[in-house]
Design a protein around this ligand. Structure first.
Ligand code: BG6
Length: 487
């Protein structure tokens, strides 16, 4: 008999990250994190990504001295730190089976190097996970989601120094022991591949401190340290928490050739292989040969310690998680019209509509991504980010008719279902972000992703009151019907 529909215990839910929702950036002992340095960038240009989102030693110094959150919206988030119970109640009302959150490292170890963890930080997450358990919402917890302690970045250039592995393992260890009865699913690094696109946000690397010509080598060295750390904490997690499951997390940047010109096809193949490189290391436990050749050709020398390769090989992940927002198109020709994507640019695809931020909407690309990932890894998959950033209009009566968001999700869910019916082992889906939050790239509040509206503008004005959008009621029906009722 052909199997139809989503598996019976499919984990429907949503995702957020500590630095984009919690706020409370300087209370209860929390230290500064790299996210607290991010400025509001309403007019972010695509090529700013290549300029590392404008981060430099000077901007960091200025931010450190600024005691306010005025131009640093991630410092205020949406006050999830104080309102998590109200937010969880709304998620439970939608029927969430799962919620993806992250732990702000600098809440637990304010500078990253303390001998003892900060009890108030630990208690906050214990309260959060306990409340989730009460509501039958399974947590998926990311250990590193763009929020490493700033001190580690300043003192050691972040992940460039090998000693950060020890700091991270210590932090993770404390979390595993403290939450072992509350959390089963863990992700090590959010979008580990993003180190190449924004090295400061992902790994605390301050671009102007990298010697000229050595930027790539430095980024890949830091990445190697993250790979090793990820493998070590995977082993620890398995040892400390019985039945735990650890996943890697990739930005799935599915890329199409612009034409059938073999040059476009080859370029596209290489782009896709490069995207897979990161999860290949975490799933297969080894560097792909073609990446090692590329390092040799480009004189990129990664310092590995004896035993590193064994650590990678022996501690691979249990499942693969990924974000998917849009697809990309590649052409060997220069001067093609460009389109925006998630911290990356591609050639404009004439077949696809785009969001208010120019990200090209491609539901079929999600099915393609699922099939490719499953075919390659044969590991259970979970989509841990997918959604559309949009300007929402609040009507006089407070309602929000976000039919564009419903349409986006509906089309993506149809494709997910087809992929599952073709045999892909997909065990869950967490939309980004389940509630309006601060954008990672632009720090805008007006780039809204949620089913739940938060009354706050880009400058931080508003009551912070929560309200249900039309998509809230729609998603509730989707979950109730296990993905059958999409109308
Ligand atoms: C993902 C990040 O890359 O994209 C999230 O993991 C982020 O943190 C999401 O919020 C959407 O990007 P943005 O810039 O629209 O917030």
């Amino acid at each position: 008999m052909t199997k139809t529909g989503f598996p019976k215990n499919f984990l429907w839910g949503g995702a957020v990250a500590a630095n984009q929702v919690e706020g409370a950036w300087n209370i209860d002992g929390k230290g500064l994190s790299v996210a607290d340095m991010a400025t509001y960038k309403p007019n972010l240009r695509l090529d700013d990504y290549e300029g590392h989102l404008g981060v430099s030693s000077d901007t960091i110094e200025k931010a450190r001295k600024d005691p306010s959150d005025r131009i640093y919206p991630k410092r205020r988030g949406v006050d999830f730190y104080h309102r998590y119970k109200e937010d969880l109640a709304l998620f439970a009302e939608m029927g969430f089976k799962v919620l993806r959150v992250s732990i702000a490292w600098s809440r637990i170890f304010p500078t990253g190097e303390e001998k003892e963890p900060n009890e108030k930080g630990l208690q906050f997450y214990e309260n959060l996970f306990t409340e989730m358990k009460r509501l039958n919402i399974e947590p998926i917890v990311t250990l590193s989601h763009y929020e490493m302690p700033l001190e580690l970045s300043i003192k050691y250039s972040g992940w460039v120094e090998r000693k950060i592995i020890d700091d991270f393992v210590r932090f993770s260890n404390v979390c595993f022991h403290r939450y072992k009865d509350l959390v089963k699913y863990w992700l090590t690094f959010n979008e580990i591949d993003s180190i190449n696109r924004h090295p400061f946000t992902t790994a605390g690397i301050i671009p102007d401190r990298c010697p000229e010509g050595k930027e790539d080598e430095i980024v890949y060295q830091a990445l190697h340290h993250q790979f090793v750390a990820s493998a070590l904490v995977t082993a620890d997690c398995h040892r400390i928490i019985e039945g735990s499951q650890v996943g890697c997390m990739l930005t799935k940047l599915t890329t199409y050739p612009n034409t059938c010109n073999p040059e476009d096809v080859e370029l596209t193949l290489k782009k896709n292989l490069h995207n897979y490189f990161y999860s290949d290391v975490q799933v297969f436990g080894e560097y792909p040969v073609m990446i090692e050749r590329k390092f040799e050709r480009n004189n990129i020398n990664i310092k590995m310690e004896p035993g590193d390769r064994e650590i990678l090989k022996n501690n691979t992940v249990d499942f693969v998680s990924f974000s998917y927002y849009m697809s990309l198109t590649e052409s060997a020709k220069q001067d093609m019209e460009k389109a925006a994507g998630n911290t990356i640019m591609g050639v404009k695809n004439p077949y696809l509509p785009a969001t208010d931020w120019g990200w090209q909407i491609d539901p079929v690309g999600l099915k393609i991504s699922l099939i490719e990932l499953y075919d390659r890894y044969k590991k259970p998959l979970i989509i841990v980010e997918n959604g559309m950033g949009a300007f929402d209009k609040v009507e006089e009566d407070g309602s929000i008719h976000d039919d564009y968001r419903i349409k986006y999700f509906k089309e993506h869910f149809k494709q997910m279902k087809e992929a599952v019916e073709e045999g892909v082992d997909l065990f869950g889906y967490t939309s980004w972000g389940a509630i309006d939050l601060i954008s990672a790239g632009t720090s805008q509040m007006s780039k809204r992703y949620g089913f739940i509206h938060v009354d706050q503008d880009d400058e931080g004005n508003g009551t912070l009151n929560r309200s249900r959008k039309d998509s809230f009621y729609w998603y509730k029906k989707v979950i109730e019907s296990n993905g059958e009722d999409l109308d």
